[in-house]
Write a protein that binds this ligand. Structure first.
Ligand code: ZN
Length: 178
């Protein structure tokens, strides 16, 4: 039986950091157990400029990670927005990112496997091509003219396989909690 994996806070943080940006972490951390918190209060609590905070909140909103409503403050005459963290949406985001990565790595793995032991690389790293293309180019880099070196891609394949396994495990963990 595989070890049952959970969506840890670390996992959530990693994903949010990657997609929304590191500056959003403190806001999420503050908002996560609260409802309808005003933008001014958030700014005060995370000790950041209100404009920065709004910018981050709208970024989170673009990924459905927060929802908000606006209300006019009668005394002050301006609008205040009230924010709530959508905890459920984080799972969707994790799932989506995971799937995108999995697709990307799977395509790469197929390419690498199809050209197993048959890659040719420019010493200046201008190009990396398969065998047929290397023959077409007469083993010369089309960019800089250097002779292309044969490259063993076993390590790349191993790396991709490990990565894919990891992502598949993550995918199961996310699904299990949906
Ligand atoms: Zn080159």
């Amino acid at each position: 039986m595989p070890i049952k994996m959970k969506i840890t806070n670390t996992k959530i943080q990693e994903t949010v950091k990657e997609i929304i940006g590191e500056d959003s972490l403190r806001i999420i951390d503050y908002l996560k157990d609260k409802k309808n918190v005003s933008d001014f209060k958030i700014a005060e609590k995370v000790d950041r400029d209100i404009h920065e905070v709004r910018n981050i909140l709208y970024r989170l909103f673009n990924y459905n990670l927060v929802s908000y409503y606006r209300k006019k403050d009668r005394q002050k005459g301006w609008y205040i927005s009230y924010w709530t963290f959508n905890k459920k949406k984080i799972k969707e985001l994790l799932h989506k990112t995971n799937k995108e990565k999995l697709d990307k790595y799977s395509i790469r793995l197929k390419e690498e496997e199809a050209n197993f032991g048959n890659f040719y690389l420019c010493p200046n790293a201008c190009v990396r091509v398969g065998f047929e293309r290397a023959v077409d180019l007469e083993y010369r880099c089309p960019e800089c003219g250097n002779i292309l070196n044969h490259q063993d891609n076993t390590k790349t394949i191993d790396f991709l396989r490990t990565k894919i396994k990891e992502l598949q495990m993550n995918g199961k963990a996310v699904k299990g909690r949906a």
